[in-house]
Design a protein around this ligand. Structure first.
Ligand code: GDD
Ligand code: MG
Length: 347
């Protein structure tokens, strides 16, 4: 059985002022009328009928419930009292999925990605199933296009039916190493999606980080229902060490595989990737809302509340919301994160 696990606990800051702590990017409708979370759930039609486990932060619970209601989607909403990154969230999902005595394959999907070719995504999942059934922790790999430092890199090893053995996993290399890896040619980007035999993931965690597993077991066994939500035990989860699946497990796992993914995937990690995903017009512009562009090229212009007019603007990002306006050069799209950190420090 394939059990979807949707990771929705992140608080993306690189799309400020569109995304906020209380409205992270998975809840925004950036590329379609559905939000990124809703698109992620829609993508499962035809893959599995199991009710997804939606893992998120308790402060977003009503937002998650409302977005599910809008699309008439059933899900088990599991609330974390505090973010502990992805390794514990997946561990809690695995423990919950194992409660019935089954040992499903967990299809772990970040809630904030865009996939242009859903059929290709579903094809990659079908290739991954026999590998996961054979006990591999499977990742989905994307051919890199630039030396991105925000991604994990996968070295492909011996061929397997449908993919490759994973020879090495390098999470978020520095700029020099990333350039070497892309130039080398034998590496794929980790898409951040996984197909994991639940028991195998838990066994790896037991080996690699037993205190994380112990805290997650206590958080799940002490979980309680609250309205339609399942709240993990707060004290137990708070003492859980924070780490991502990439650093905690994938970098140290010797029984992993990678399946290629060619599905127009993007994690919309910055305004620059949002601009590219929106398929800019002939002048290279991507716009939303009430905008008026004159002599403007290669820019992203978003207006949420007011008319935004530009004149003689190239390679810029202009984002207007009710309380803040961002004007930035496209080359510096990655630095928005630092800008937000500086702003919140300044109070
Ligand atoms: N439930 C829950 N709890 N979800 C979380 C938490 C948490 O504490 N922290 C992050 N998430 C969710 C995010 O909302 C996102 O959907 C997903 O988990 C991945 O977290 P990110 O913080 O976005 O990770 P990343 O983008 O830096 O890196 C990962 O994704 C890259 C591809 O986009 C890694 O897997 C990289 O190796 C990968 O290349
Ligand atoms: Mg991400």
């Amino acid at each position: 059985m394939i059990q979807p696990v949707i990771l929705s606990g992140g608080s993306g800051t690189r799309l400020w002022p569109l995304s906020r702590e209380q409205m992270p990017k998975q809840f925004l409708s950036l590329t379609a009328s559905q939000s990124l979370l809703q698109q992620t759930l829609s993508r499962l039609v035809g893959v599995t009928t199991a009710v997804p486990l939606l893992m998120g932060h308790h402060s977003h619970r009503f937002l998650m419930a409302e977005q599910l209601r809008e699309m008439e989607q059933a899900a088990t909403l599991v609330l974390e009292p505090e973010g502990r990154n992805t390794a514990p969230a997946i561990a809690c999902a695995a423990l919950l999925a194992r409660q019935s005595g089954d040992d499903p394959l967990l299809l772990v999907l970040p809630a904030d990605h865009v996939i242009g070719d859903v059929q290709a995504f579903q094809y990659s999942v079908s290739l991954a199933v026999p590998l996961a059934e054979a006990g591999y922790l499977v990742t989905f790999g994307v051919v890199p296009t630039q030396p991105e430092t925000g991604y994990g890199y996968i070295a492909c090893g011996d061929p397997l039916e449908g993919g490759h053995r994973l020879a090495a996993f390098i999470e978020k290399p520095d700029a020099r190493r990333a350039a070497e890896l892309v130039e080398n040619g034998g590496y794929l980007w980790n898409s951040g999606m996984f197909l994991l035999p639940a028991s195998r993931y838990l066994a790896e965690l037991e080996r690699l980080n037993p205190s994380m597993l112990e805290a997650c077991k206590a958080a799940v066994s002490g979980a309680h229902r609250d309205l339609d939500f399942l709240r993990l035990d707060e004290a137990a989860f708070r003492r859980c060490p924070a780490d991502s699946i990439d650093y905690a497990v994938m970098e140290h796992c010797d029984h992993a595989a990678v399946v290629p993914l060619a599905a127009q995937w993007s994690d919309i990690g910055s305004f620059d990737s949002l601009w590219a995903t929106l398929e800019p017009d002939a002048a290279g512009n991507a716009t939303k809302g009430d905008t008026w562009l004159t002599d403007t090229q290669d820019s992203l212009v978003f207006a949420e509340h007011r008319l935004v007019a530009t004149l003689g603007v190239q390679n810029h990002i202009v984002v207007e919301t009710s309380d803040s306006v961002l004007v930035a050069h496209r080359d510096q799209a990655q630095q928005v994160k630092q800008l937000v950190a500086a702003l919140s420090q300044a109070g």
